[in-house]
Design a protein around this ligand. Structure first.
Ligand SMILES: [Zn+2]
Length: 141
């Protein structure tokens, strides 16, 4: 039975391990999530002025979790028969995959070469491991 007391002010609380805590989304999230070991690239994705949408996409890229056609194919193998569905939407010349999207596609390779030059990364080969190694070394200086 709940007894309402009009003389007291309402407050949000949540109960965790039979203890009441003042409610906040971050406190609940931190209490409920399972933390893994921090990866050496975490500072490249999440930092004080990061844009959350960009950080999320970067996290997907690093974990190779972008929803490219090769990932979708695992759910629906019959799609392989239709090149119109499976092909890269940038070049329309090859099957879409993580490696194709970033470094094998003729279109994205042109973008990468331009970005690489603008970011003074001309000596970095077009491979994720080499790029991540360069970024990690740069951030730790
Ligand atoms: Zn392509």
């Amino acid at each position: 039975m709940i007894i309402l007391d009009a003389t007291k002010k309402d407050k949000l609380v949540w109960k965790h391990d039979n203890v009441e805590h003042p409610f906040s989304s971050s406190a609940v999230w931190n209490a409920l999530r399972q933390r893994g070991e921090e990866v050496n690239w975490a500072h490249l994705v999440w930092f004080s002025s990061c844009i959350p949408k960009h950080a999320f996409i970067m996290w997907l890229i690093i974990r190779e979790k972008l929803l490219t056609q090769d990932k979708i194919l695992k759910w629906s193998p019959s799609r392989r028969l239709n090149m119109n569905v499976m092909c890269c939407s940038l070049c329309i010349a090859a099957f879409d995959s993580h490696s194709h999207l970033f470094f094998e596609c003729k279109y994205s390779m042109q973008v990468w070469l331009r970005v690489r030059n603008d970011a003074f990364m001309q000596h970095i080969p077009p491979k994720w491991n080499d790029i991540m190694d360069w970024l990690n070394a740069r951030e730790q200086v």
